[in-house]
Design a protein around this ligand. Sequence first.
Ligand SMILES: Nc1ncnc2c1ncn2[C@@H]1O[C@H](COP(=O)(O)OP(=O)(O)OP(=O)(O)O)[C@@H](O)[C@H]1O
Length: 237
Amino acid sequence: MIELRELTKRYGDQVAVDGLSVRVQPGVVTGFLGPNGSGKSTTMRMILGLDAPDHGEALIGGVRYPELNWPLKTAGALLEAGAFHPGRSARAHLAALAASNDIPASRVERVLRIVGLSDAATRRAGTYSLGMRQRLGVAVALLGDPGVLLLDEPVNGLDPEGIRWIRDLLRGLAAEGRTVFVSSHLIAEMALTPTGWWSSGAAGCWPRQPSPNSPPAKTAWRTRSSGSPRRPPTIAE
Ligand SMILES: Nc1ncnc2c1ncn2[C@@H]1O[C@H](COP(=O)(O)OP(=O)(O)OP(=O)(O)O)[C@@H](O)[C@H]1O
């Protein structure tokens, strides 16, 4: 489970994330919806210890990410496609990560198969299309077989078949009991991918039992100071 408590981030005078509190439960795909610039990536980065909150905290299984013993085995993340050495093949990139994170080498071939890159595994990542780089990013996230997955805009760059693939993959990972937290600025995508829905409350947000017939409800979470012209992100599960 991911737990955010009063998570707040300011850049100068600008409040990017404002008192965000939520529990992201395992077993369902939880969508994090909001327009560009509403604080989704900042929230993800704070969960992963890449940005320090000005107030509040983000916990993964009760522990802050920087304090995890083997982070890749606990929480896998896709933040930005293309963050790979362009001269290195997908297989070499994954093998290096596996070796430095106490992950069995057998996981490399396994995740290459899962993301559909086995046939392109020896090609340099710099020659990959955006969709292929996105798949390699997903492979990195899955490498440690983590119980928690965070994916920032995972459908970016994917073609229609790729989008169907990632929807099925995320649902499958959640069905295995993992916590799957996915951001998007696309309302339609969030309506199709998440496996359940959230009920809302002023002081907290708790998932009801997922119902396949229920429409996704969106619960507003403040991630900006009042007066901002932009809408805050919403959470749909
Ligand atoms: N390092 C930074 N320095 C200054 N401002 C920042 C920084 N990172 C983010 N911001 C600002 O914080 C706000 C939230 O940005 P963020 O990238 O988290 O939004 P987002 O919802 O992920 O947007 P997008 O959908 O475009 O990725 C934006 O106004 C952005 O300009």
